[in-house]
Design a protein around this ligand. Structure first.
Ligand code: TRP
Length: 447
């Protein structure tokens, strides 16, 4: 077995890596567009509630399982329970989720790279708004170009993972995540002066519950898992590189709060542009790509901001993609005694090939639909709304019942933490599982 398992240099490195995993396209791209297609306010409220009562407690549970076992997604359950324990199923599901999620995530990562090149070629400041809004359609019209960037993104992800978590991830997150936050803050200040800012505020924060549907609730819940990288062992695996006696609650809180703030800011910026420039809030996956570039065309020095912005988004997407691939590679490396580079390349290639179907679902395969969904949407829906919540339920139940009281006492050590230990325990034991199974069950019955 592995003697020298990699470890984060210190606590800050861990916080950054975990936030690097959590903060990604889920915040900047996905959250605004699903808030848009679900009518705004009420969806956002449900999402925030899901983060607080499901996401945060399960995040603590998942980190703890990894931290105490010091193992990968599958073996964690064996070490903490018993050999061949049925809880390993959560681990297998995680491996499957990692494959599926990364395969379509990387396609969107590819779009970002394409836009970065456009920014470098100064194509935002010098073209008309209409033309800029059609950039994504132009990209979709070329299957070759979409595939090229998707593969490029996978090569970058694989390269980082092959180099090991520490050298690869730690060094860069430290510098780039803070810069991304600053740029986003700058954009927020700018959008404050746009005519659509107040409407954006109203859209995101006035809670019109009549807009809320069962699908919306399920989507909000699924997104709480997606955005916090929960339910498939990414946080578990990162937790396993943390020292056994490092304290978790504050770290988990930092990650959850930063992740949420970034999503909300991104939503505000994007919807300010939506309402100032007559973009359709229901535009779907294309929303971010049809709004932000318009802003870059207006702002003085927009080209430079665009260059920096897409670079940083690409980086945020990469640090998230890396955490997905890491789950699979850590498992393979440790259970089959294979070397990291080899494993990373094989898995990366397999995922890249799987992603071809998602990439082409915006052009050549756009007519291939299952239950009304394109391949891209189907993979996104299956993973976010079924695999992650169910995997999360298993991890929560494992933490809450198998590890139980003793575990929560180990996690919540200080006085103020102890106050909340029963809440966190029962969220894992009952509230999160019931909410998840309730939402999925209700959807199955009514559809
Ligand atoms: N959380 C990331 C985002 O918001 C995506 C991600 C990384 C992820 N690792 C994950 C999603 C594990 C689900 C599970 O972009």
């Amino acid at each position: 077995m592995m003697q020298n398992r990699a470890h984060w240099t210190n606590r800050l490195a861990f916080v950054l890596a975990a936030s690097g995993s959590a903060i990604g396209l889920g915040n900047l791209w996905k959250f605004p567009y699903i808030a848009g297609t679900n009518g705004g306010g009420a969806f956002v409220l449900v999402y925030l509630a899901c983060i607080a009562i499901i996401g945060f407690p399960v995040l603590i549970g998942e980190l703890f399982v990894g931290q105490q076992s010091q193992k990968n997604v599958v073996q964690s359950f064996e070490v903490l329970h018993r050999h061949r324990t049925p809880w390993r199923i959560a681990g297998w599901m995680g491996l499957v989720s990692a494959f599926l999620i990364l395969s379509f995530y990387s396609v969107v990562g590819g779009w970002i790279l394409d836009f970065e090149v456009r920014a470098l070629l100064n194509q935002f400041a010098t073209r008309s708004g209409e033309e800029i809004k059609s950039y994504l359609d132009t990209l979709f019209a070329s299957p070759f170009r979409v595939l090229f960037w998707h593969f490029a993104f996978m090569v970058l992800t694989t390269g980082i993972v092959a180099n090991g978590v520490k050298k690869g991830i730690e060094r860069w997150t430290k510098i780039l995540m803070p810069i991304l936050s600053l740029i986003l803050l700058g954009l927020l200040i700018y959008s404050f002066f746009l005519s659509g800012f107040n409407q954006a505020l109203g859209f995101l924060f006035s809670w019109d519950t009549s807009q809320l549907t069962v699908d919306g609730v399920l989507e909000a819940m699924g997104h709480a898992f997606f955005t916090l990288s929960l339910g498939m062992g990414a946080m578990l695996t990162y937790g396993s590189y943390l020292d056994k006696n490092e304290s978790l609650p504050r770290t988990a809180l930092t990650v959850a709060v930063m992740d949420t703030v970034i999503a909300l800011v991104s939503g505000l910026v994007i919807f300010s542009i939506v309402f100032s420039h007559g973009v359709d809030p229901q535009a779907g996956p294309e929303l971010m790509f049809k709004t932000l570039p318009v802003l870059f065309a207006q702002i003085p020095g927009g080209t430079f901001i665009a260059i920096a912005f897409f670079l940083l988004v690409a980086f945020a997407a990469l640090t998230s993609a890396v955490s997905l691939l890491e789950v699979v590679v850590a498992y393979w490396e440790e259970t089959h005694n294979k070397n990291r580079t080899y494993t990373a390349i094989i898995c990366g290639m397999a995922i890249a090939i799987l992603g071809v179907f998602s990439a082409l679902s915006f052009n050549v395969l756009s007519n291939v639909k299952v239950g009304g969904l394109t391949i891209f949407d189907l993979l996104d829906t299956i993973t976010s709304q079924a695999l992650l919540p169910l995997g999360g339920t298993l991890i929560a139940l494992f933490f809450g019942w198998v590890l139980g009281k003793r575990a929560i006492e180990m996690v919540m050590k200080t006085g103020s933490e102890k106050t909340f230990s029963a809440v966190i325990l029962w969220c894992n034991r009952a509230i999160a599982p019931l909410a998840i199974l309730g939402a999925i069950g209700y959807k199955l019955i009514t559809s």
